[in-house]
Design a protein around this ligand. Structure first.
Ligand SMILES: NC(=O)c1ccc[n+]([C@@H]2O[C@H](COP(=O)([O-])OP(=O)(O)OC[C@H]3O[C@@H](n4cnc5c(N)ncnc54)[C@H](OP(=O)(O)O)[C@@H]3O)[C@@H](O)[C@H]2O)c1
Length: 388
């Protein structure tokens, strides 16, 4: 029986993690569930899964949540409580499924306590890559990928020597605007951007998928997760989302992992690792699919991918800044304060206005760089630099 802490249980990854848990009640037990503001969904989950403790980020919602739950379930609130439950002494595995930079601090807390972390929150590795890895090394904590692409690479690398690997090929669906002409990008609405052709995900990652920033963040995530140089990580557009990524070896062989696009597979793989569960979900039929297609990404229409490669190669604080500017841009787009085509422009302009040197040595330095970047991005939105 594995005991789990699920950070971000009310989100898309969180809910799908609970589906896996409820399909294998003899294998998993929940110690803690957390959310930011959706206390009603959190209360419902807690009544069903009976964790020891639940945490709601917003302190003003504590009372509502407390009143909705029986007294044997402990209720906590606030940022510090999130980090405390991430290091819960009873947990064997922590699922990090909070969205954005907010996931970094609790992820570090789990790793500092030596917990195995099933990582969906890619922003933690993008912003805190070296710190996250150094913490895991220090405590011998294990980091298991949940992102379907990284899970595919993790599986394909198994049993192979690192020096046998030539390249990593990350696949991307291409998002809803793969074929849309660049001239119409300014007209793209949040509603259109939130219609992903293959995956049902939270709003932020869905917009990131539409701009290809999601793939850019995943390139940086792969760089840290697999200790691989950027020049040997490539992106391939694969609209069917069946091949979840590939590893090319020195001899020219390619190994890939294939399945229907269903996040419950990589989630279950991380939860049960190193075992594989007999999952009761729909299976891939290659004869039904018939054809798989691949094409190169278009850097002209989707500049976010190049921005991410550039920030990754520059290293230091630049991935932190890239992530912060992107979080501000996506939020502004969703609130109709920024057009879709202005997302990459805002990120580029923000980074051009900042100067960083050295590498982040601590969590506080990362959070400071994040704050500075957000301030710059917000002021550029206000100055309407991006509407030029
Ligand atoms: N969705 C996918 O299929 C998928 C696939 C691969 C990787 N990922 C990655 O997994 C992470 C989660 O994605 P998602 O799509 O599941 O996101 P989501 O649906 O937006 O859910 C985010 C979760 O985090 C909580 N949360 C939001 N802001 C928070 C904060 N400041 N502090 C603490 N908790 C906070 C939310 O609580 P409330 O519900 O109360 O707001 C919710 O439980 C992201 O990093 C994403 O890139 C997602």
């Amino acid at each position: 029986m594995k005991r789990l802490v699920l950070l971000g249980s009310t989100g898309s990854v969180g809910r799908q993690t609970l589906e896996v848990v409820s399909d294998f009640p003899e294998r998993f037990r929940l110690v803690a569930l957390t959310a930011a503001s959706n206390w009603k969904a959190l209360a419902e989950q807690a009544r069903r899964f009976r964790p020891r403790v639940v945490v709601i980020l917003r302190e003003d919602l504590y009372r509502s949540l407390r009143e909705a739950l029986p007294s044997e379930i402990e209720v906590l609130s606030g940022e510090r409580a999130l980090s405390e439950v991430a290091a819960h002494p009873e947990a064997d595995l922590v699922v990090s499924a909070i969205v954005g930079l907010a996931g970094l601090t609790p992820t570090l807390s789990a790793l500092s306590a030596g917990k195995t972390v099933a990582l969906a929150n890619k922003e933690a590795l993008v912003t805190g890559g070296e710190l996250v890895k150094a913490t895991a090394r220090r405590t011998r904590a294990r980091l298991l990928p949940v992102d379907s692409e990284h899970s595919a690479i993790f599986q394909a690398l198994k049993g192979h020597r690192r020096r046998a690997v030539a390249r990593i090929l990350l696949t991307a669906s291409g998002g809803p605007f793969r074929k849309r002409p660049a001239e119409s990008f300014p007209k793209i609405t949040p509603e259109e951007a939130l219609q992903h052709p293959r995956w049902r995900m939270g709003a932020k990652i869905t917009v990131d998928s539409a701009t290809l920033m999601n793939k850019g963040l995943e390139v940086i995530e792969a760089h840290f997760l697999f200790d691989f140089p950027y020049e040997r990580i490539e992106v391939l557009i694969h609209p069917e989302s069946i091949v979840h990524s590939l590893v090319e070896f020195r001899d020219g062989s390619l190994l890939a992992q294939l399945s229907l696009p269903d996040m419950r597979l990589p989630i279950a793989y991380a939860l049960a690792y190193p075992e594989r569960l007999p999952l009761p979900y729909p299976r891939l039929s290659l004869t039904e699919i018939g054809q798989l297609t691949f094409e190169p990404p278009d850097p002209q229409r989707f500049p976010c991918l190049s921005l991410a490669y550039e920030a990754g190669r520059r290293g230091g604080f630049w991935p932190v800044a890239l992530n912060a500017a992107n979080e501000v841009a996506v939020e502004a787009f969703l609130n109709r304060r920024l057009r879709f085509d202005q997302i990459p422009r805002l990120i580029e302009e923000t980074l051009a206005h900042l100067s960083f040197s050295g590498k982040p040595g601590s969590l506080e330095e990362i959070l400071e760089a994040d704050r500075e970047t957000r301030k710059m991005a917000q002021s550029l939105i206000k100055e309407r630099i991006c509407s030029r």
